[in-house]
Design a binder for this molecule. Sequence first.
Ligand code: SF4
Length: 107
Amino acid sequence: MRPCGLTPVKGNWLKPSPLQHTAAMPCGGCEAYAWCRGNCMKNLYLGYVKNDLRYRAGVVEPICGLLRFIGREVDRHDPQAWFARLPLPQRRQVTDCEVYEYVEVMP
Ligand code: SF4
């Protein structure tokens, strides 16, 4: 026992997660990848590694379609133009807030 009461780590016994991107997943050519980044790895794993076609068609593909739709809708409303129209104090509020540096879309 060390004086601080902590036991040192002796080894990493954790197995590598099976939830990793593979070539079987459709994310590489996906228009949503910039904001999605293959976010729901559990769904992708079940749909494309475990090859659960029912789950893929009923869950994974609708979610991916929704993410692509959201991206197109955001672009269609031109958020840069919206931002440019804001009064300076509100623009500063947006740019100075760390929360706005990362947005996670969870359908
Ligand atoms: S929307 Fe689907 S296919 Fe596209 S990057 Fe996200 S998880 Fe991958």
